[in-house]
Design a binder for this molecule. Structure first.
Ligand SMILES: Cc1cc2nc3c(=O)[nH]c(=O)nc-3n(C[C@H](O)[C@H](O)[C@H](O)COP(=O)(O)OP(=O)(O)OC[C@H]3O[C@@H](n4cnc5c(N)ncnc54)[C@H](O)[C@@H]3O)c2cc1C
Length: 420
């Protein structure tokens, strides 16, 4: 088949890798002028780890993995109230820090290199302007003026997916569901490692539903996740993408919030990689329409709250490729595509339904917000961590019950390769 994938992120390149390996002619287009190898740490969990291994990426990812020793919870004075070490035994569920913490750039670049090696072609700096399905073909008009026909088009263009809007049409409501009032901003700032400091993540919850997390992948800087729930005020009024206004609104929100917030807010003012997300998830009845399908955040963004965004992307791409391998051969022009896209939904929807379950209800609006409430929460977290109770199982969505990762005999085995 001639396949077009829009978006050279995690899901786009993971799918490109499998389909090119199966012998299909794959083109990936990316809106940015080059690979967008930016972002903070991503992690892999559960079935995402198994798929990564089946892709032959274990040694390459192991070489890039960040050795985060665990996550501590601190109070406003900086005192440690709970400690959740990484689980690197290879058994059971991951902790908050996983064995597979990688910078998004490293994950994305490795997948891009592997997909290119299998023959996928990448075109940067363009997008799809229009699509039209006719018979067994999808006609595509690109922004760079070119046109081409494909047997299959897959939108892997992230949470704000343009392809999703195209296949839903102007009459159907978009599947993006905003988590009311929840904002998270991501950036890196200079904060040198102090003597004796371990490589750990630190979580601090302030009063009035504000939170901040830091983690580091080098001794000079920390990665910062800062946000909270606000329904009115400067942050709620800020225009998405107006970085200066978003920074000032967050600085106002976190003024005097305790712990190292003032220092981190100063670092935020100078940072160059700030991005503020209005959090939400994507919920769709179907992931395809005719010969156009969606994958990754474009289809089912589960939000960072689940800890499953990247793992779901890797597993979803594997299932879509596996169903295509089962129902279509590279030479039949996609005769079995309808069955493949149906199989993709039938197999993977139960997985995503579990991952997304409770995300809307479990918003930060239910978090304690008073000093007293936070004090109680920190005591409880201390008890949970002392007795090593697996709280991650309840807070994140790594454990997907009664769902088995299919072993597609039609998908080729991938040798584990350390380097390119
Ligand atoms: C720059 C960036 C930084 C991120 N940083 C973090 C982070 O720090 N922490 C975290 O948890 N998650 C982060 N994410 C999101 C995370 O990568 C995803 O939630 C997850 O890995 C699923 O990946 P995806 O491939 O479906 O989507 P994404 O990783 O979002 O990839 C989508 C790709 O599609 C491209 N694209 C968008 N629109 C078009 C279009 N119209 N035509 C062609 N291409 C298009 C984008 O430029 C991007 O390369 C980031 C995403 C991006 C794009």
């Amino acid at each position: 088949m001639k396949v077009l994938i829009t978006g050279a992120g995690i899901s786009g390149s993971a799918l490109a890798f499998w389909l090119a390996k199966l012998g299909h002619t794959v083109t990936v287009i990316e809106r940015f002028p080059s690979l967008r190898a930016t972002g903070l740490q991503l992690d892999l969990r559960g079935h995402g780890i198994e798929v990564m291994k089946r892709m032959g990426l274990e040694s390459a990812y192991r070489a890039k993995a960040i050795a985060e020793q665990g996550m501590q919870v601190v109070d406003s004075s900086g005192r440690r109230r709970a400690w959740f070490p990484v689980n690197n035994t290879g058994k059971g569920t991951q902790s908050f820090s996983t064995e597979w913490e990688l910078l998004r750039g490293d994950m994305c670049t490795t997948l891009y290199e592997r997909a290119s090696r299998e023959g996928a072609e990448y075109v940067f700096g363009t997008t799809v302007e229009k699509v039209m399905q006719e018979g067994e073909l999808v006609h595509v008009w690109f922004k760079n003026g070119r046109t081409a026909d494909f047997d299959l088009v897959v939108g892997a263009d992230g949470v704000g997916s343009r392809m999703r809007k195209m296949i839903l049409g102007s009459e159907t409501k978009d599947g993006f569901v905003r988590l009311p009032g929840l904002y998270v901003a991501y950036f890196t700032c200079k904060l040198p490692m102090q003597e004796g400091e371990q490589n750990i993540a630190t979580m601090y919850t302030a009063t009035n539903k504000r939170g901040i997390m830091t983690r580091r992948n080098n001794p000079r800087e920390v990665q910062v996740y800062i946000g909270g729930t606000v329904h009115t005020g400067r942050l709620a009024d800020a225009k998405p993408g107006d970085v200066e206004e978003e920074k000032e609104a967050l600085a106002e929100l976190f003024q005097g919030a305790g712990w190292r917030c003032d220092e981190i807010v100063r670092g935020m003012r100078d940072c160059k990689d700030f991005y503020c997300e209005r959090m939400g998830m994507v919920k769709l009845e179907h992931w395809s329409n005719g010969r156009i399908a969606l994958t990754g955040d474009a289809a089912w963004c589960p939000t960072a709250n689940t800890g499953m965004g990247t793992s779901s992307s890797m597993v979803g791409a594997y299932i879509l490729a596996g169903e295509i391998a089962t129902h279509c051969s590279p030479s039949d022009g996609g005769e079995g595509l309808e069955a493949a896209l149906k199989g993709y939904e039938d197999r993977f929807k139960p997985f995503m339904e579990q991952v997304q379950k409770g995300v809307e209800e479990g918003s930060w609006d239910n978090m304690p917000s008073s000093k007293f409430g936070l004090g109680v929460m920190n005591i409880l977290l201390g008890i949970v961590s002392f007795f090593r109770i697996d709280i991650v199982k309840y807070m994140l969505k790594e454990k997907v019950y009664d769902w088995e990762l299919p072993a597609y005999k039609e998908l080729p085995e991938c040798k584990d390769i350390a380097n390119m």
